[in-house]
Write a new protein. Structure first.
Length: 179
């Protein structure tokens, strides 16, 4: 096994990909799945029904609760909060937890809150401190409380105010690739 687990972490999972690094004070439950080349920073908790793809960065202070799926190439900023129960009550658990998916290439800024059952689209960008209460389409920029769409994002991270600007940029890139 070619991954690194800091000795001050409690990692029970065995499904961990090569070149993944898990830093100090992390708690990872036995059935969690973590892909290749991930960086799980200090003080992260990952429950059993969590799947993390390849090349994912999870910054410090994040908790990934049952029902969360993180696809490849995702960035999760420090202290991002995921929820998995729409009506939480102490010692009263739902029959099943809500499913939340963060699609390929998406980025979530620090201190954001992701409400249970949300799908965050490919290459979308959530600004720091946002509260996400509904599904996020691919290649869009959202921020605020509640988060509102404020623009568009290309796969290479360029931000556009309008869909037209984004499409014009993509046409230029396509032409360059055809040459």
């Amino acid at each position: 096994m070619a991954y690194f687990i800091h000795p001050l972490s409690d990692v029970k999972a065995s499904d961990i990909g090569d070149d993944t690094r898990i830093w100090q004070f992390c708690v990872i439950f036995p059935k969690a799945s973590i892909g290749r080349n991930c960086n799980i920073c200090a003080n992260v908790l990952i429950e059993n029904d969590v799947a993390i793809g390849n090349n994912v960065t999870v910054k410090s202070g994040v908790q990934l609760w049952d029902g969360v799926t993180i696809e490849d190439d995702v960035f999760i900023g420090p202290n991002t909060t995921f929820t998995n129960d729409i009506v939480p009550r102490s010692k009263h658990y739902p029959e099943k937890f809500e499913k939340t998916t963060v699609r390929k290439g998406a980025s979530i800024g620090a201190n954001s809150t992701i409400v249970a059952g949300i799908n965050i689209g490919e290459y979308s960008l959530i600004g720091a401190g946002s509260v996400v209460t509904k599904d996020i389409p691919a290649n869009t920029l959202w921020f605020g409380n509640p988060a509102r769409q404020m623009g568009y994002v290309s796969e290479d991270g360029r931000i556009f105010k309008t869909k037209e600007e984004q499409l014009n940029y993509l046409r230029i890139i396509d032409r360059q690739n055809d040459d």
